[in-house]
Design a protein around this ligand. Structure first.
Ligand code: HEC
Ligand code: HEC
Ligand code: HEC
Ligand code: HEC
Ligand code: HEC
Length: 487
């Protein structure tokens, strides 16, 4: 191929002497001039987009002000108010509120009995709604902590004020403040915005920054642990230093890592209550077993065992999982290959001489040509099919997990009705905790297994195994009771 085209090119060249040297020079000059004009125009375009018309600071939480300087990013950011829909993602439809997850999967509701999630637990939707959806959830009928705001509003100026200038100090006071009180303060200060430009950007340089205290503290603990972190090479580099200062993502992380970390400020597993500050459980690593180990070693402030709630029917001390997108992603092949959240959820689009990141954060399946095709040279249909296969298989395993956990709860209830004591049922209840943790981890994660398909399948397989072991333990207890009664 190459030599054939070169031959064609040479044949073309051989005709050139027919043209006069003067004509050639004129054509060349015109071409060069056009090129220079084009370059100048593009440079100008690039400059215009970074010229500041208004001054913004870290306390400017109103995105409209930033939007004057960076209209393209702001216009896309506003689109997060649009309804979107995919088979497993988004929220879609025209209904005022997203669908209830707990109605679609009744076993979820049963798993959460005894906890506010059994009252109201819906599909997520776009960033534009994060604050109002939190203010309006029926889960607010139970007293909630100020920690909830950490991931649902532009809270950093509020934290700064509460801490007398120290954001982390301010944050550490918020778990004791009731949600409604802290939320009112946020409104009164004029910062009732959903995630906003200064939450991810330095106002001076526009470089990416991470601002959320729970993330900063959690990632420090991860760095200080022994867990391997192939998805974050800067942690491994920091570990090779004398560690005289703690790992600081804002100083140590690469630009590429920051394209994930800005999202990992919120799309993570956490503990959030008025008992202790909001905690990201990363001190032993990021996979489902390492996080379970971390929670198992955590004590409540009164020294008691750590759990999120006691299951209303069985009494098992349950761990509730929350949207562990960062954690599941970290176990997948994309993370290992350095593919960041923003690569798929905020892909670049070319705009003249500049690249603009799509600030309409949403399902990448609505934007496959930009989100996937720069790396995967296959048709859009083929990409869609591959994702659908992963998600369908994951959903089938998940539903089997739902059947298994229901069988466990049924068996425990039956044993209880036969008079088995809590102590006798302890092994079954421990297995409920383990099974439910793994099942909920994948159910609460929002990619339906896509972010790390094999890891998700592993967690679900173990969940099903633990649930059936728990069911057997309860059945054995019940059988022993019946035998006792006969003797
Ligand atoms: C390789 C591409 C890719 C990367 C990297 C990636 N995601 Fe995803 N993500 C997806 C796909 C595909 C889905 C499934 C979307 C669907 O079902 O509509 C998804 C789903 C989601 C959803 C639910 C979306 C919805 O519309 O309901 C969230 C939230 C999410 N990802 C967050 C993250 C975060 C946070 C990170 C980084 C820690 C990340 N993703 C990294 C491809 C990616
Ligand atoms: C560490 C960050 C973080 C904290 C803390 C947090 N959330 Fe969220 N929340 C999220 C993310 C990310 C989503 C979107 C993903 C999802 O729905 O799974 C979400 C979704 C929601 C939703 C919409 C979906 C649903 O569950 O019905 C509500 C309502 C909500 N959160 C309420 C709360 C309340 C109440 C608290 C305090 C108990 C809280 N959040 C604390 C990050 C957080
Ligand atoms: C300050 C916390 C926060 C940050 C930072 C954040 N998110 Fe979210 N995200 C949320 C919450 C909360 C929701 C759910 C809002 C609701 O349901 O009302 C959400 C929803 C989503 C959705 C679902 C959108 C839809 O249309 O259904 C996706 C996808 C998503 N986030 C991806 C990301 C990515 C990628 C990043 C990083 C670029 C990111 N988020 C950064 C808190 C956050
Ligand atoms: C959830 C985090 C997040 C929020 C909120 C956010 N951005 Fe960004 N922004 C990003 C990411 C990620 C990039 C890509 C940076 C990179 O590749 O270095 C980016 C890039 C940019 C850039 C550089 C050019 C480009 O498009 O890649 C500008 C300018 C920008 N954002 C403006 C804004 C403005 C204005 C707002 C508020 C309306 C905003 N951003 C809100 C995460 C965010
Ligand atoms: C920045 C590059 C990049 C982007 C963007 C990207 N991928 Fe990938 N993807 C990879 C790499 C690298 C691998 C690892 C396999 C390899 O090395 O060939 C991979 C593997 C996969 C696999 C097989 C592994 C698995 O987890 O099952 C699927 C499926 C996949 N990608 C789908 C997607 C989809 C869907 C999108 C868009 C939402 C996407 N990818 C975006 C680079 C990318």
């Amino acid at each position: 191929m190459k030599s054939a085209s070169r031959r064609r090119a040479q044949r073309g060249l051989s005709k050139i002497p027919v043209l006069s040297a003067a004509a050639l020079a004129a054509i060349f000059a015109a071409g060069l001039a056009a090129l220079l004009v084009n370059i100048a125009e593009r440079k100008q375009e690039a400059k215009v987009t970074t010229t500041r018309l208004v001054e913004v600071t870290q306390d400017t939480t109103d995105p409209a002000k930033w939007g004057v300087n960076w209209p393209k990013q702001y216009d896309a950011y506003k689109l997060t108010a649009q309804p979107t829909r995919t088979r497993f993602g988004g929220h879609g439809g025209s209904e005022a509120l997203p669908q209830e997850k707990i109605d679609r999967d009744p076993w979820l509701k049963r798993m959460f009995l005894g906890y506010a999630f059994s009252i109201d637990y819906r599909d997520r939707r776009g960033h534009a709604y994060m604050l109002v959806d939190q203010e309006n959830t029926q889960r607010q009928t139970k007293p909630q902590t100020g920690s909830c705001l950490h991931c649902h509003g532009s809270v950093i100026p509020l934290y700064r004020e509460l801490g007398g200038g120290d954001v982390i100090k301010g944050f550490e006071t918020t778990y004791k403040i009731p949600y409604k009180e802290l939320n009112k303060k946020l409104h009164d200060m004029g910062h009732a915005q959903t995630v906003s430009c200064p939450d991810c950007h330095d106002a001076q340089t526009m470089k990416l920054i991470v601002t959320r205290p729970a993330f900063l503290i959690g990632i420090q603990k991860l760095a200080a642990s022994q867990a391997s972190t192939p998805f974050a090479p800067s942690i491994e580099r920091w570990r090779a230093t004398d560690k005289s200062r703690p790992y600081d993502p804002n100083a140590d992380a690469t630009r590429n890592e920051m394209r994930t970390f800005v999202c990992a400020q919120c799309h993570i597993e956490y503990y959030c209550s008025s008992a202790m500050p909001l905690t990201a459980p990363w001190g032993k690593g990021l996979n489902v077993d390492q996080i379970e180990m971390f929670w198992n070693e955590t004590k409540m402030p009164d020294g008691g065992r750590f759990f999120d709630y006691k299951h209303a029917e069985t009494g098992a001390p349950i761990l509730k999982a929350q949207h562990p997108e960062f954690e599941l992603w970290s176990q997948g092949v994309h993370a290992r290959s350095g593919v960041a959240c923003a690569d798929c959820h905020m892909p670049y689009a070319r705009d003249g001489a500049t690249k603009v990141s799509d600030h309409w954060v949403r399902s990448p399946l609505l934007n496959i040509s930009r989100a996937c095709q720069p790396c995967h040279r296959m048709s859009e249909d083929e990409i869609k099919t591959r994702v659908d296969l992963i998600q369908t298989r994951n959903n089938e395993l998940l539903q089997r997990g739902g059947v298994a956990i229901t069988a466990l709860m049924d068996a425990v209830l039956a044993a209880k009705q036969d008079g088995a004591s809590d102590a006798q049922l302890a092994p079954a209840l421990e297995l409920q905790r383990k099974a439910q943790w793994r099942l909920d981890f994948i159910a609460a994660e929002n990619s339906m297994g896509f972010h790390a398909p094999q890891e998700a399948a592993r967690a679900l397989a173990e969940a099903i195994d633990y649930a059936r072991q728990g069911e057997l333990a309860a059945l054995r207890r019940g059988a022993a009771k019946v035998a006792e009664a006969r003797n």
